[in-house]
Design a protein around this ligand. Structure first.
Ligand code: 13P
Ligand code: SF4
Length: 343
C-alpha cells in the first residue's frame, strides 16, 4: 500500500498533468487524457464497494470527480438531502468543509471524509458562533436565518438554515418583520430585493462576508457580454453583488441555473459563476453555447482523484470530519427546520 506521502506526490504529479488537460469542457478530453485518469477512476470505484463508501460531489468540483467517481452530484441542498439518506458506512464528500460538516451533523453514525482536507469557504470562514451571538444582542427577538455556507457553530446559534435553492421561500415564511441573515452580506441584500418582488416586506439585517468567486463580478462584465452577444441570456449566483444581479436575466443557485438552461429555448447563455457549473452545463446541453466570465473556487478544486484515493485507503487526520456533540445537536435542529420549511 502506498504511503500518504507517495499519494500526495503522485497527486501533485497527476494534478500537473491534468492542468494540461482541457478541463473545459470535461467532455472534450482526448483519449490520452482519459488514459491518465482511467486507472485512478477504476481503482476508486473498486475501493468504494470494498470499503462500503458513497461519494457526494458538489457541481463546482473537477469533472473527473463529478463524472468519474461520484455517486451523487448536486447543490448544497440536494447534497444535504442525499447525505441524510446514505446507507453506506462512509460518506466521502468532495466539496468544502461546511458541506462535509453538514453531512456529519445530518448523518452522525457515518464516517465522513473530505478528500481536500480543511477546504474552506470565504463565507463560512467569515464568521464565528461568538460573532453571531454578539450580533444577535443588537437585534433582540429577531429570528436568525443562516446560509448553509456557515460553520457548525454559526448553525448552532441560528433558527433556520437556508441554501440558494430555498432562501426566498423560507425567508417569506419567517414570523415578524425583521430577520437576521448571516454570513453572506451580498445574498442578504439580494434577499431584500427578491422578497420585495414577491410583495413580502421584511427588514433584513446582516453581517458576515462574501464569496471570493461571485463577489468579483462587476456590472461591466454584464454590459460587455450584452454588447458582444446581442440577445444573450445572462445567469448569475445570488452570492454576487445586487447591482450586477439586477442586470442579469436569472439569479439563482446551481440547480436553479441548470434547470433554467435545460428548459430555455434560448441558445446562448452568459455565465457569471464557477467553472465547475460551466462544465456541467456544457456537458448537459451540447446544442447550446456558453460564454463564461472567469470564476474558480480554489477550495472546491482541492478535491482530486488522488486525495479521494487517499481518503479511501488511509484517510489523513485533516480529511476526517468531526463535530463536537453539543454543537452538532443544536446545528441539526436548524438544518432539520430547513428540510421542514422547504417542503
Ligand atoms: P449552491 O447551493 O447553489 O450549489 O451554492 C453553493 C456555493 O458554495 C456557491 O458558491
Ligand atoms: Fe465558498 Fe464561494 Fe467557494 Fe462557494 S464558490 S464554496 S461560496 S468560496
Amino acid at each position: 500500500m502506498s504511503s500518504a506521502v507517495d499519494i500526495e506526490r503522485e497527486s501533485s504529479r497527476l494534478f500537473s498533468q491534468l492542468k494540461n488537460v482541457s478541463l473545459r469542457p470535461g467532455a472534450k478530453w482526448t483519449p490520452d487524457d482519459c488514459r491518465v485518469v482511467a486507472p485512478y477512476t477504476l481503482e476508486i470505484n473498486r475501493l468504494k464497494k470494498e470499503k462500503d463508501a458513497f461519494i457526494l460531489a458538489h457541481s463546482y468540483t473537477n469533472p473527473e470527480i463529478m463524472y468519474g467517481v461520484a455517486d451523487a452530484v448536486g447543490d448544497s441542498y440536494g447534497l444535504s438531502l442525499a447525505a441524510s439518506k446514505v446507507k453506506q458506512k462512509t460518506i466521502i464528500f468532495a466539496g468544502v468543509w461546511f458541506m462535509a460538516e453538514t453531512a456529519k451533523i445530518i448523518n452522525p453514525s457515518k464516517t465522513v471524509l473530505i478528500p481536500g482536507g480543511r477546504a474552506g469557504c470565504t463565507l463560512a470562514d467569515s464568521m464565528t458562533g461568538e460573532d453571531l451571538l454578539n450580533f444577535k444582542k443588537k437585534h433582540p427577538g429577531a429570528p436568525v436565518l443562516c446560509y448553509i455556507n456557515s460553520t457548525a457553530d454559526v448553525k448552532a446559534q441560528s433558527d433556520v438554515c437556508v441554501t440558494s435553492a430555498n432562501v426566498v421561500k423560507i425567508a417569506a415564511k419567517m414570523p415578524g418583520d425583521k430577520i437576521i441573515f448571516v454570513p453572506d452580506m451580498l445574498m442578504a441584500q439580494n434577499l431584500t430585493g427578491m422578497l420585495h418582488a414577491q410583495g413580502v416586506k421584511k427588514e433584513i439585517v446582516y453581517t458576515g462576508g462574501s464569496c471570493c468567486v461571485h463577489d468579483k463580478y462587476i456590472t461591466d462584465n454584464v454590459k460587455s457580454m450584452r454588447d458582444k452577444y446581442p440577445g444573450i441570456k445572462i445567469l448569475i449566483h445570488p452570492e454576487a453583488s445586487p447591482d450586477v444581479c439586477a442586470l442579469c436575466d436569472y439569479v439563482g443557485g446551481t440547480e436553479g441555473t441548470l434547470k433554467y438552461v435545460a428548459e430555455s429555448k434560448d441558445k446562448t447563455f452568459g455565465l457569471l459563476t464557477e467553472i465547475g457549473l460551466v462544465n456541467r452545463l456544457e456537458h448537459d446541453n451540447p446544442d447550446k453555447t456558453f460564454i463564461w466570465e472567469r470564476g474558480t473556487c480554489a477550495y472546491m478544486k482541492k478535491n482530486t482523484l488522488f486525495n479521494t484515493l487517499q481518503a479511501l485507503t488511509e484517510p489523513a487526520e485533516r480529511q476526517i470530519v468531526t463535530v463536537e456533540k453539543k454543537t452538532a445537536r443544536a446545528a441539526l435542529k436548524c438544518i432539520n427546520k430547513m428540510f421542514e420549511m422547504s417542503r
